[in-house]
Design a protein around this ligand. Sequence first.
Ligand code: HEC
Length: 225
Amino acid sequence: MSMHKPVFVLAALFAFGAGTAVAETPGLGKPITEANITAWNIDVLPDGSGLPPGSGTAKQGAPIYAQKCALCHGENGVNPAPGVLPLVGPSKFDRIDTMKTVPYYKYATTLFDVTRRSMPFPAPKTLTNDELYALSAYILSLNKIIGEDEVMDAKTLPQVKMPNRDNFIVWDPDDGSVRPRCRTRQETEAARHFADYGLVSVRGKWRRKRHSGPPFPGAILMSRF
Ligand code: HEC
């Protein structure tokens, strides 16, 4: 019986304390403006929500790419500078260490989003919406995912079907030792196969697992995901 009383008092104190903490703010800062939110609220979702107005084609994107991207990502998206990924790559992922670049994206909107928030590397957020649509169109067309004359805009870009769209699964290894990761079915099979042999992929190279102790099935260290 006597145990219940202090607990009740404590609970009451917490409830009271929480109430006063809300009322007494330090009075610092000021409400954020809509304009400030807009500048940062730039995520684009697979269904196209968040895409801005504007449009562009591969033909319009080619000269912009040559001027602002080729230096690092290579002319026509191949043979990039050391340490930078090409933007054109395989679209069939039947080996876990297949090089992954734009065709690995599940949604075309990701290309727009990545470019808008982080590229060109030294000066992100300097591209206009039209330039972003034109560059997306150009990179998709270099990968033969869309045609040269297709117009990319807020309506057409989410409709582009990426080559690997339906191949992703969420893989949850049986022993729960690593977090579930998205993979294509073929990659998952390859991963399971190699894990059985005690191999992990580190930056695209197969290495023998170093750790001792219980077997660690499904432990795959991927270079990029
Ligand atoms: C100064 C070098 C530089 C320039 C210029 C540059 N990039 Fe990049 N870009 C990078 C680096 C570094 C990465 C990160 C590489 C990685 O993902 O490992 C990257 C990544 C990317 C990715 C993600 C690739 C992936 O596989 O997920 C895209 C898309 C991209 N850049 C597009 C562009 C576009 C479009 C332009 C031109 C407007 C551009 N970049 C200009 C250096 C550059």
